[in-house]
Design a protein around this ligand. Structure first.
Ligand code: ADP
Length: 548
């Protein structure tokens, strides 16, 4: 024990007994006792509230207390102060009960001896201290577990901070806790949240102070002990500390994967030397807090990005849809007028004019196809495309498509390219959306034509009885597609970006539409291709469709 006297609260209604205790303790060598005498239980409880004692010497027969109940009340009032019973009742059963109620020892008055009494009190103090320490460790472990559970229950940053501060508060009585987070742009630690302080006042008090990481923490990012926040040069708001009686502080870094996110500061209102054990615990706590804060920050960033992305996607879709509508109107007029000229409604045309007119029409047709493609793709994106299922005669449909690919002058087929059609004269009716199936096949055939300079393009269809599917195939002997690009080309606006492909025009929507329409109709697309050799696109549909 140090030279500091042991402060004893003697609770004894009998003046003579009190005098005997005082004298007995006076005889003890090597230890000084400072005795405060309370004659009643009520007075004892008041003194325990107002003052600090190392030990309570408690009589069990007080005018305002009933034996064991006295122990319960004293212990309940000052849990951290050890209680030694000093009583006239030599009653073993009562002694056991008193110990169960929290007393450290049970002494009988007749046996009083100063040295024995002093030893009993010293042991009681020591036992209590160990007990408290175990209790504190247990509390810390439970606390860390609770905190980890609680802070992972929400991903909202403010929510995480509130839970964190709420949990810390009872753990550090008479204290305040603050959280500052690093603003990566300014390099300053910004005040974010606090407990046991007026948040607005605290934030205002540190406004303008240099809160750079290098000032707040040592270069090693080790925790920083500040014995007196009111006078230390590192203090960010000494006036505020003086005003509110904030004395010692411990700054612990909030570190995740080696990066400092911010600083968690624990403040006491009395001078306090944070011991190694305490610092280690608070560092562990800060580590857990950092992870929770980091997760919440990531979630916040992600939510913001997702919202931004949704907005820009909506803007893009609206722009595309609006633009294609606007372009379609004048284009329809161009096509209409050129048809009138071609039909001779505006006078006779010579062969040269007809040739030029043919060019205008083909270009305008291409443009219209492209604009319609954009419109369809934006509708797919906006998920407003619906399929209208009906029984479709496949042979009829193929005949219809075929008739549109009869080119009297060869254009746009290359000179050395043959377009072959290969399908049986009877195929089953399939439940599908005729318009969309037609478009799927046309897109595939148009691509084959675009990307084939010589050889053959064959369009075929087969019925697979067992699988109850109909398969369409568009095979070409064109430029082919490299393996690594075979999935990418089905995405919106994706093209094999070589100058060769670019020469063929298009905006990279045809296959996106093919894939989405095929899936909408319950089918699938397969691609087999080899550069320089050609490509085979296969689309397969069920004959009967659940949605039909
Ligand atoms: P677009 O034809 O408008 O560029 P698509 O989505 O129809 O858009 O096609 C995407 C890309 O896939 C094309 O730009 C081309 O690079 C490649 N591609 C599509 N079909 C073929 C084919 N039959 N042969 C070779 N490449 C093809």
């Amino acid at each position: 024990m140090s030279d500091r006297p042991i402060r004893v609260l003697l609770v004894e209604d009998n003046g003579e007994d009190a005098r005997l205790v005082r004298e007995a303790l006076r005889e003890v060598r090597n230890t000084r006792f400072e005795l405060v005498h309370a004659e009643r239980l009520s007075e004892a409880l008041r003194r325990l509230s107002d003052d600090r004692f190392d030990v309570v010497l408690l009589d069990l027969s007080l005018p305002d207390g009933e034996k064991l109940d006295t122990v319960v009340r004293v212990h309940g009032h000052a849990k951290a102060v050890p209680v030694v019973i000093l009583t006239g009742f030599d009653d073993e059963a009562m002694a056991v009960k008193a110990l169960r109620e929290g007393a450290q020892d049970y002494l009988v008055k007749g046996e009083l001896d100063g040295n024995l009494l002093a030893r009993a009190m010293r042991y009681a103090i020591e036992r209590k201290r160990t007990e408290e320490e175990i209790q504190r460790h247990l509390q810390r472990i439970t606390f860390l577990r609770d905190m980890s559970l609680a802070t992972t229950s929400t991903l909202d940053l403010r929510g995480v901070l509130d839970i964190l501060l709420e949990k810390i508060e009872p753990l550090l009585p008479f204290s305040a806790v603050t959280v500052r987070l690093l603003n990566r742009e300014t390099g300053q630690l910004e005040p974010i949240a606090c407990r046991s302080l007026d948040e607005d006042e605290w934030k205002a008090a540190t406004r303008g102070a240099d809160a750079s990481l290098s000032r707040v923490l040592p270069a090693s990012h080790a925790p920083a002990k500040i014995p007196n926040l009111q006078s230390d040069a590192r203090s960010l708001a000494p006036d505020f500390a003086r005003k509110h009686g904030l004395v010692s502080g411990l700054r612990t870094p909030l570190i995740v994967k080696g990066d400092v996110l911010g600083v968690l500061t624990f403040i006491t209102k009395e001078e306090h030397d944070f011991g190694d054990d305490e610092v280690n615990f608070l560092l562990t706590l800060a580590g857990q807090a950092a992870t929770a804060i980091h997760n919440a920050q990531l979630y916040e960033d992600m939510t913001r990005l997702a919202a931004e992305l949704a907005t820009s996607n909506r803007v893009k879709s609206e722009f595309l849809s609006c633009m294609s509508h606007e372009l379609r109107t004048p284009l329809t007029a161009v096509l209409g007028y050129s048809a009138m000229i071609q039909d001779g409604l505006l006078g006779k045309t010579n062969p040269e004019q007809e040739k030029a007119l043919g060019m205008v029409q083909r270009q305008a047709d291409d443009l219209l196809t492209m604009i319609n493609g954009i419109l369809q793709a934006t509708q797919i994106e906006a998920r407003v495309v619906r399929a209208e299922f009906d029984a479709v005669d496949v042979v009829n449909l193929l005949d219809e498509i075929k008739s549109a690919y009869v080119y009297p002058f060869g254009y746009p087929l290359g000179n050395d390219v043959a377009l072959r059609w290969d399908y049986p004269s009877t195929l089953p009716l399939i439940q599908t959306d005729k318009g969309k199936l037609k478009q799927i096949l046309q897109n595939l055939i148009n691509n084959a034509i675009k990307f084939t300079e010589q050889g053959t393009i064959s369009v075929s269809a087969r019925h697979y009885l067992e699988a109850e599917t109909v398969e369409f195939r568009v095979a070409d002997t064109g430029i082919g597609i490299a393996k690594e690009l075979q999935t990418v080309i089905f995405q919106m606006f994706q093209q094999v970006d070589s100058s060769e492909t670019r020469n063929h025009g298009g905006v990279g929507l045809g296959l996106y539409i093919v894939k989405n329409f095929t899936e909408l109709l319950g089918g699938k697309v397969d691609l087999a291709s080899e550069p320089e050799k050609g490509s085979i696109f296969t689309v397969t549909f069920p004959v009967a469709n659940g949605e039909g």
